[in-house]
Design a binder for this molecule. Structure first.
Ligand code: NI
Length: 490
């Protein structure tokens, strides 16, 4: 199967490497075309594992509708940038959720934002956000790159890299002329239009436009590379500084580069632990979407009560915090796969489903030396294609039977009550360690459930010596399933 995909991707690449700009018809999900290194509009990114002071923040709405997930990076030395990213994200989500829903949606509306670090050295940092919004009928993808000047401690917009925006606008117009789908007359020297400017590995300037900004419909990513010799004279002093920083950095990841999994042979979680759940009253705490800023404290809380849990980590968060992953492993927790950027997998083509899951396997594998054997689909949304990919990658799909609704309710006591009231032998409890209040609820959950005689185990331990099968979905442990037909593995 992976071989077949590879061929398909090469074929697509051959079509798009035709000039200094391209638009490609969007696949399902308004996704970017798959690009190759030779494509000049591929932006240079920094390897997050090489960025000191990096952490991540996650805004997630839990399994309810609409589907909302936004991740963004934080840098210890750039508080103004962190604040700005948080403000922009929350405002964008508010705009999205307040929109009138489609009358006849194909699927749940979805807001998803993912990030890359475009520079993080010397006196410059940069963060590129790619936001995909699905109304239930149509997609809109937008790009935004914010820059940070460490010397002046100031957030700068992309257009501030440019001293002569009108000249840049005419260069971009020239390059897009002839592409009948782009309305070049709409490309004016507007700072709002030029809100995502980056560099490629040659130091050429890369301008990216949002869907619908310069074209009538969603025709895919519209991006232009302006060669370095033409772009250089247009840069501001800060723009030159950014270009020099990008030049000096070792380029790492590229947009949608295929994962090159260096996956260890060791699989985590196939072993059942020291607890026999046929005898003990077991319950599985599961935490989604992390690691994040509160995960360390959660690990302290769990360690104090010798409680073990299963962490469904998001690949982009895991890559930024391998230290927390190693700590989970060392303290007896199980690390599982919650995809790379938390997209609703049922809205993606199969090659993207595969990339979302396999890239996360690879990151967790290189951080911990063990690849997960369990995954959870974002929002619990699965279809036969998701099951097929999971099976191919050796992953069982784990749902839950108790939603603590922690993403909706900001009160730790209420969250704890949902967990305690829902707990039963073999139950799988859903929580999110990216929410401060969820972590604040955990001491009460542990205290009360311990009083009631529960033991906290990882998900596979609920099934005892019966191995969980790749590609299959599980909603609750064997004991709970036996008591509730309909919740049996299916
Ligand atoms: Ni999630």
């Amino acid at each position: 199967m992976p071989q077949k995909r590879f061929t398909r991707i090469i074929a697509l690449a051959a079509v798009i490497v035709t000039g200094c700009w391209f638009t490609a018809p969007s696949a399902i999900g308004g996704d970017e075309a798959i690009t190759v290194p030779a494509e000049p509009t591929v932006v240079t990114f920094v390897d997050p594992t090489q960025v000191s002071g990096l952490s991540t923040e996650t805004i997630s709405g839990g399994p309810g509708r609409p589907h909302v997930y936004a991740g963004y990076p934080t840098l210890t030395y750039a508080p103004a940038l962190n604040t700005r990213l948080h403000q922009e994200m929350t405002a964008a989500i508010r705009r999205f959720t307040s929109r009138k829903p489609e009358r006849d949606p194909r699927s749940a509306p979805e807001f998803n934002s993912e990030w890359q670090i475009t520079a993080a050295s010397g006196d410059v940092a940069g963060v590129r956000l790619r936001t995909a919004e699905f109304s239930g009928a149509n997609w809109r993808v937008s790009f935004r790159t914010l820059w940070y000047d460490r010397t002046r401690r100031k957030v700068l917009e992309s257009h501030e890299l440019i001293a002569k925006l009108d000249v840049l606008a005419s260069l971009v117009r020239e390059r897009l002329e002839g592409g009948s789908t782009v309305h070049t007359d709409e490309i004016t020297a507007s700072p709002k239009l030029f809100d995502s400017i980056d560099f490629n590995q040659n130091g050429d300037l890369v301008v990216e436009f949002d869907d619908y900004a310069v074209a009538a419909g969603s025709i895919g990513r519209v991006a232009v590379a302006v060669p370095r010799r033409e772009a250089d004279p247009l840069l501001s002093a800060f723009g030159r500084e950014v270009r020099d920083t990008v030049d000096a950095a070792t380029p790492a990841s590229m947009v949608n580069a295929l994962p090159a999994p260096q996956i260890p042979n060791v699989t985590a979680g196939v072993l059942h632990g020291p607890v026999d759940c046929a005898v003990a009253k077991c319950v599985a705490l599961t935490f989604n979407d992390g690691p994040g800023p509160y995960t360390g404290r959660l690990l302290d809380i769990l360690a104090a009560k010798e409680a073990r849990a299963t962490f469904y980590t998001v690949g982009s968060n895991a890559e930024a915090r391998p230290d927390l992953l190693r700590r989970m492993r060392d303290e007896g927790h199980l690390i599982a796969n919650h995809t790379w950027s938390h997209r609703d997998l049922t809205l993606l083509p199969e090659s993207k489903i595969y990339a979302q899951i396999s890239r996360t396997q690879s990151v967790i594998g290189s951080a911990t030396g063990q690849v997960p054997s369990l995954m959870r689909a974002p929002y619990g949304e699965r279809d036969p294609r998701v099951a097929e990919v999971a099976k191919e990658l050796g992953l069982s799909i784990v749902q839950w039977n108790v939603d603590t609704r922690d993403a909706k309710d900001p009160n730790p006591h209420t969250i704890a009550r949902h967990a305690i009231d829902g707990a039963a032998r073999g139950a799988i409890l859903l929580m999110h360690d990216v929410h401060r209040e969820s972590v604040n609820a955990v001491p009460e959950v542990l205290k009360e459930l311990i009083r009631r005689g529960y033991v906290f185990v990882t998900v596979p331990e609920l099934y005892g010596s019966r191995p969980m099968e790749p590609g299959k979905s599980y909603h609750a442990g064997a004991a709970a399933a036996a008591g509730h037909p309909g919740q049996a593995p299916r």
